[in-house]
Design a protein around this ligand. Structure first.
Ligand code: IVH
Length: 677
C-alpha cells in the first residue's frame, strides 16, 4: 500500500517538476503540489526503508531542478516592491525623501520592467565564467552553457582593465518576433504553444536534453545592474548603465530619467502608450534612485531595496459580460460586429466595446450574447475579445440567462440595403454606393484620378460637402450649383468656380472610368477595361446576365458575382440612371488612328467581322457600337457590311454571294469618318 503510493507520488511529482521547470506549463497549483510533496515526505518518514534513490524529496539544491547544478549567488538577487497607481508612486517618492531627510527633488533612472527571467552573469578578469538563474534569490541554477549561445552575452568584457570579478544582473527576454516564430514551429510539430514570451524564454533557457540552439539564439539579454565590479568613479545608476554598455552589454533603449514623482508618472504614461509597439514585453517601469550613495543610505528591507520601485502597468486582460452585439458599417461598407460589454477596467481605462472582426470570428470562438468573455487591450489598440469562458456557461444557464448566437444582418443597419458576402470572403458588406456610412469614402474615390478625376475635390472638400448636407448621394455631385458651393464655409467664389468647372470636365467620361468610379469591389482598371470593351455600352452591361460577365476572359466567378450584385442592387441602378439624367456622357475612348467620339454614324448598320485584323476584334466591335452600329457573328441578307482582315474565311464568300459590301480596315475607317458611305 505505502510502497505503491510512494511510487505513485514520486512519479506524479517528477512529472509536475518537469512541467513546471522544463516546460513552464504547470498543470496544478503550488498548493496542490505542496500537498502531494508533503504526503510523500510523511510516507517516507514513516517508511524510511521504502525511500527510492531517485525520490523527488532527495534532490539537493534550492529547488528540484532535474539536471542543472545549483550555485549560490555572490550576493542575494533581490526583488522589487510594486506601485500599482500614481498615488503609490508618490508615496514611494515621499518615503525616499523622508528617509534621506531631504526636501530636494529626487533623481531617478527609469527603466522598463522587463517581463522575462532574471539572471546573474559572473565575469572573472573579463571572461564570462558562470551564469545563474535567479532561483530563490540566494541560489540559482547554473545555465552557463546555454547562456553562451545567447548573442547579446559577450564572452569577454570590452575593457583593457576589467575588474577581478564582475557580477552583472539583467533579464533574459524573448522578443515577440522570436516568440511567434517559436510557437508557429511548435504548432506545426504538434506541440502545445507557449502561453507568453516569459514562459517561452524561461523554457528555452532551461533546456537540458536535445538543446535547440535556435531557441537560445532567439533570446536577448538586457543588463540593468552591476552587483560587483564597479569602477571607483561610478557614483550613479545612470553611470552603471553606461559602464555596462561600454563593456558590450545591451541596455534597454527605452531607459530614461525622471526628476521627482510627477516626471516619473509622466514617463510611465509615455512608456505605457508605447508598450504595444515595443519589440519585447514589459509590464511596468522600474524607478531607481540615481545616486548610489543615496541607495546605500536607503538600504534594503525584507527582500527588496528601499531605493527602487516597480510601477506596474494595469493588467491588460479582464473578464466581463457580453451584453449585446451590434454592427457597424465601415467606410468601405464592411459590417463589423462590435461587442457591447458590461464596463470593465482593463489596461488602465474603462472599456465597454470590443471588436469582434467578422462572422467567422464569432463562429470560431462560439461567442454568444450573455457569455462571460476575456478581453484584452494592448497599448493603444482597440480591445479584442480573447476567448469565451466556456467553463462558465453552465453557471450562466443556471442563472436563467439565455445565450444568444448572432448572425450578421441581412440588411445594412445604416441604410437598409441588402448586404452581400462574396464567396470566399470573410467580410459582409453593404453594397449601396450612397450608404451614409460610406458616402465620403465613395465620393473621394469617385473624384480620384483614375476614376472621374474631379480636380480639386479632395478629402477636405468632400467632408465639407457631405457635412453641410450638400451631397447626400454620389450623383449629387453633378447637381451642385455654383452659388451653393460658394456659400460653404472657407469657400470663395474662385474656388467654387474652379470646382464647378472641374465637375463640368468630369461630366464627359468613358465607360471604363465610370466603372472604376462606382467603386465596385474587385473592379479596378483592368477589370473595368475588360467589361467596357466586351459590352461596349452601359446599356448592354446593365442588361447582361451574370453568366455572360463570368464568361469574359480574365473575369472569374468572384468578380462576376461582385459586379452582378452591385448592378443588381436597385439603389445602385437608380443612381447610375441619375448620373446620366444629370448630364454624365459616356464616350468611347480613341483607339488607334481613326479613333472616334460617340456618334450615330453607323446607326442601323450591322457588321460582321472576319479574318485577322490589326487590332483585337473587341476594339472594332466597341467602336461600331459606339457609333450606333451592331455586330453579328454570321452573314445574312440583313448584314450591312463585312469587315475583312487577312485570311478571311467562308464569311467573305457568303457576303459576296449575297451582295453584301466588303470593307477592309481603310474602308472601315473612311466609313466611320464619314467619307464615302
Ligand atoms: S532591478 C535590486 N531592473 O523584476 C533590484 N529588475 O520584481 C532588483 N526586472 O527579479 C532588480 N526589469 O528579474 C530590475 N529594469 C529592471 C528590471 C528588473 C525586470 C525583474 C527582475 C527582478 C524582478 C523583481
Amino acid at each position: 500500500m505505502a510502497r505503491s503510493r510512494i511510487a505513485e507520488l514520486s512519479e506524479a511529482l517528477r512529472r509536475h517538476d518537469a512541467l513546471y521547470y522544463q516546460q513552464d506549463a504547470p498543470e496544478i497549483s503550488d498548493r496542490e503540489y505542496d500537498l502531494l510533496r508533503r504526503e510523500l515526505e510523511r510516507l517516507e518518514a514513516d517508511h524510511p526503508d521504502l525511500i527510492l534513490p531517485d525520490s523527488p524529496t532527495q534532490r539537493v539544491g534550492a529547488e528540484p531542478a532535474d539536471g542543472f547544478a545549483t550555485a549560490a549567488h555572490r550576493s542575494p538577487m533581490l526583488s522589487l516592491d510594486n506601485a500599482m497607481n500614481a498615488d503609490e508612486m508618490r508615496a514611494f517618492d515621499a518615503r525616499v525623501r523622508k528617509l534621506l531627510e531631504t526636501g530636494e527633488t529626487i533623481e531617478y533612472v527609469a527603466e522598463p520592467k522587463l517581463d522575462g527571467s532574471g539572471i546573474e552573469l559572473i565575469y572573472e578578469a573579463g571572461r564570462f565564467v558562470q551564469g545563474l538563474t535567479r532561483g530563490d534569490g540566494q541560489t540559482g541554477e547554473d545555465v552557463t552553457l546555454n547562456l553562451r549561445r545567447v548573442g547579446s552575452i559577450p564572452e569577454r568584457l570590452a575593457s583593457d582593465r576589467p575588474p577581478e570579478i564582475a557580477s552583472i544582473r539583467g533579464e533574459i527576454v524573448l522578443p515577440l518576433a522570436g516568440f511567434e516564430r517559436l510557437n508557429e514551429k511548435r504548432i506545426r510539430a504538434g506541440l502545445r504553444p507557449f502561453e507568453n514570451p516569459r514562459n517561452a524564454a524561461a523554457g528555452s533557457l532551461r533546456q537540458i536534453h536535445d538543446v535547440d540552439l535556435e531557441r537560445l539564439g532567439a533570446l536577448e539579454f538586457r543588463a540593468y545592474a552591476l552587483a560587483e565590479g564597479r569602477e571607483g568613479a561610478i557614483a550613479r545608476q545612470s553611470e552603471v548603465l553606461d559602464q555596462l554598455r561600454a563593456w558590450g552589454f545591451l541596455v534597454s533603449p527605452e531607459t530614461g530619467r525622471a526628476r521627482g514623482a510627477d516626471e516619473a508618472i509622466a514617463f510611465h504614461e509615455r512608456l505605457l502608450s508605447k508598450r504595444g509597439r515595443l519589440p519585447i514585453e514589459i509590464d511596468g517601469t522600474v524607478f531607481k534612485v540615481d545616486r548610489l550613495e543615496d541607495q546605500a543610505r536607503l538600504g534594503t528591507i525584507a527582500r527588496a531595496p528601499r531605493w527602487a520601485i516597480a510601477f506596474k502597468f494595469p493588467p491588460e486582460q479582464a473578464e466581463t459580460v457580453l451584453e449585446d452585439i451590434e454592427f457597424q458599417v465601415g467606410r468601405t461598407g464592411a459590417l463589423t460586429p462590435v461587442a457591447r460589454l458590461r464596463p470593465v477596467r482593463v489596461g488602465g481605462v474603462t472599456v465597454s466595446n470590443a471588436s469582434l472582426h467578422n462572422q467567422d470570428e464569432l463562429d470560431r470562438k462560439d461567442i454568444r450574447i450573455g457569455d462571460r468573455i476575456v478581453i484584452q487591450r494592448a497599448g493603444d489598440v482597440i480591445p479584442q475579445v480573447v476567448r469565451v469562458r466556456l467553463d462558465r456557461r453552465r453557471e450562466a444557464l443556471a442563472e436563467g440567462l439565455r445565450l444568444v448566437r448572432t448572425q450578421l444582418p441581412e440588411r445594412c443597419p445604416v441604410c437598409d440595403a441588402k448586404t452581400v458576402r462574396l464567396a470566399g470572403e470573410s467580410v459582409t458588406r453593404c453594397p449601396n454606393v450612397d450608404c451614409p456610412a460610406q458616402l465620403k469614402n465613395n465620393l473621394r474615390h469617385l473624384a480620384s484620378r483614375g476614376a472621374l478625376d474631379v480636380d480639386g475635390l479632395g478629402e477636405k472638400l468632400v467632408d465639407l460637402l457631405v457635412e453641410a448636407g450638400r451631397i447626400e448621394r454620389l450623383s449629387d455631385v453633378f447637381a451642385l450649383r455654383m452659388e451653393e458651393v460658394a456659400r460653404l464655409p472657407r469657400m470663395g467664389e474662385k474656388s467654387a468656380a474652379n470646382l464647378i468647372a472641374a465637375i463640368e470636365r468630369a461630366r464627359t467620361t468613358t465607360l471604363t472610368r465610370l466603372l472604376i468610379a462606382l467603386g465596385i469591389r474587385h473592379v479596378g482598371e483592368t477589370v473595368a477595361e475588360r467589361l467596357a470593351s466586351h459590352f461596349g455600352s452601359l446599356e448592354r452591361l446593365l442588361a447582361a446576365p451574370r453568366d455572360e460577365i463570368a464568361a469574359i476572359e480574365g473575369i472569374g466567378a468572384t468578380i462576376a458575382q461582385s459586379v452582378g450584385s452591385f448592378l443588381g442592387d436597385p439603389h445602385n441602378r437608380a443612381e447610375i440612371a441619375r448620373f446620366l439624367e444629370l448630364g454624365l456622357r459616356i464616350e468611347t475612348p480613341a483607339t488607334g488612328s481613326g479613333g472616334g467620339a460617340t456618334s450615330d454614324r453607323l446607326a442601323g448598320r450591322t457588321f460582321v467581322l472576319t479574318g485577322a485584323l490589326s487590332r483585337p476584334r473587341e476594339d472594332f466591335e466597341q467602336r461600331i457600337k459606339a457609333a450606333g452600329g451592331k455586330t453579328s457573328g454570321s452573314v445574312s441578307r440583313k448584314t450591312s457590311y463585312v469587315l475583312a482582315g487577312g485570311d478571311p474565311g467562308s464569311k467573305l464568300a457568303k457576303a459576296a454571294s449575297l451582295g453584301v459590301p466588303i470593307l477592309d480596315e481603310a474602308g472601315f475607317e473612311a466609313l466611320l469618318a464619314g467619307e464615302g458611305d
